[in-house]
Write a protein that binds this ligand. Structure first.
Ligand SMILES: Nc1ncnc2c1ncn2[C@@H]1O[C@H](COP(=O)(O)OP(=O)(O)OP(=O)(O)O)[C@@H](O)[C@H]1O
Ligand SMILES: [Mg+2]
Length: 265
C-alpha cells in the first residue's frame, strides 16, 4: 500500500484540488485501486467526489474515534472507475483535532486503521489523504500514517514560506513516529496565467530551495471551481483543458519522484 498525505499549514493552497484530481488521474493511468481519505472538517473532497454530507454509514470520524474499519467507510466514486472515498461529515469532524489529541495514541489511529485494512484487503492500492489547512493532531495523524508527504503552495511570498513550515513538520513527525516519511513533492498551485515577474521570482526561489522536488505548476483556471460545483474530477469534467494537463503533469512528477515505489530519477 502507498499512502500519500497532502498537507500545508495554510488554507486555500490547492490541497483538495490536488488530492481529488491526482487521485482520479492515478486511478486512470495506473489501473490500481485509489482511495481518497477526507480528513478535513470542511469536507470539500467529499463534496467534490459526490458524497457531500453522507446520509448514512460510517465516515472518517468513525474510523478515528469508533474503531470502524476503513473498508466499511469507503464508498465508490461514480465518476471514476477504481476510485473510492472515505468521506468526512462536517459536524463530526469539527473539533476532531482536540478530541484526537485527548485520545491515547490518537495520532496513531489512522495508521493502525490503514494497516488493518492492508492486512485484510487483497489489493493494497494507493491512498491519498486530504489534510486540513492547519498543523493539528489530525494533520500529524495523516503524516504518521503516510509513506510520503506532498505539499502545495500558491506562489506568493507568505505561501511559499509555508513550504518550509510544512517540511519542518514532516521532519518532526519522521523523528518522533515515522522514520521513513519524506517530503516527496512541492506543487506550485493556482498560478496566474501569463505569470508576471513576481510569480516567476517566487517560483525560482522555491526551486532554489527544493530543486527536483518542485513539480510543474498548476495554472489558475475557472474550470477548477466549476468542476468542484459539478462534483466531477477534472479528468471527467474538462479532460481537454490546460489545467487538467497541468495536473496530469504533476502526477507524472509524483510517479517519477517514486511515490509509488522505486524512484525513476
Ligand atoms: N488551479 C486553480 N485554479 C483556480 N482556482 C483554484 C485552483 N486550485 C484551487 N482553486 C480554488 O482555490 C480555492 C482553494 O483550493 P483548495 O480547496 O484546493 O485548497 P485547500 O488547500 O484544500 O484549501 P483548505 O485549506 O481550505 O482546505 C478553492 O476555491 C478552489 O476552487
Ligand atoms: Mg482543502
Amino acid at each position: 500500500m502507498t499512502v500519500i498525505a497532502v498537507g500545508n499549514q495554510g488554507g486555500s493552497a490547492g490541497k483538495t484540488t490536488l488530492v481529488v484530481n491526482a487521485a482520479a488521474r492515478l486511478a486512470q493511468v495506473t489501473g490500481r485501486r485509489v482511495r481518497v481519505i477526507d480528513l478535513d472538517a470542511q469536507a470539500n473532497a467529499s463534496h467534490w467526489l459526490g458524497h457531500p454530507e453522507p446520509a448514512d454509514g460510517p465516515t472518517i470520524s468513525d474510523v478515528l474515534f469508533h474503531n470502524a474499519a476503513i473498508a466499511d467507510a469507503d464508498r465508490a466514486v461514480a465518476a471514476v472507475d477504481g476510485l473510492t472515498l472515505v468521506p468526512a461529515r462536517r459536524a463530526e469532524m469539527e473539533g476532531a483535532d482536540v478530541t484526537l489529541a485527548r485520545v491515547l495514541g490518537g495520532e496513531q489511529r489512522l495508521r493502525m486503521a490503514l494497516a488493518a485494512d492492508a492486512a485484510t484487503s487483497g489489493d493494497p492500492g494507493i491512498t491519498l489523504i486530504d489534510c486540513p489547512g492547519s498543523l493539528s493532531t489530525v494533520t500529524v495523524a495523516a503524516l504518521v500514517a503516510a509513506d510520503v508527504a506532498v505539499t502545495v503552495f500558491a506562489p506568493m511570498e507568505k505561501e511559499a514560506g509555508a513550504v518550509s513550515a510544512f517540511e519542518s513538520t514532516v521532519g518532526q513527525v519522521a523523528a518522533a513516529y515515522n522514520p521513513t516519511l519524506r517530503l516527496a513533492s512541492v506543487v506550485p498551485s493556482i498560478v496566474p496565467g501569463g505569470s508576471g515577474r513576481y510569480y516567476t521570482d517566487v517560483l525560482d526561489q522555491v526551486r532554489e530551495g527544493w530543486g527536483d522536488l518542485v513539480a510543474p505548476p498548476v495554472r489558475r483556471s475557472v474550470r477548477v471551481p466549476e468542476a468542484y460545483s459539478a462534483q466531477l474530477p477534472l479528468v471527467v469534467y474538462a479532460p481537454a483543458e490546460p489545467v487538467t494537463a497541468d495536473l496530469a503533469a504533476v502526477v507524472e512528477h509524483l510517479l517519477a519522484a517514486g511515490v509509488l515505489g522505486a524512484p525513476t530519477r
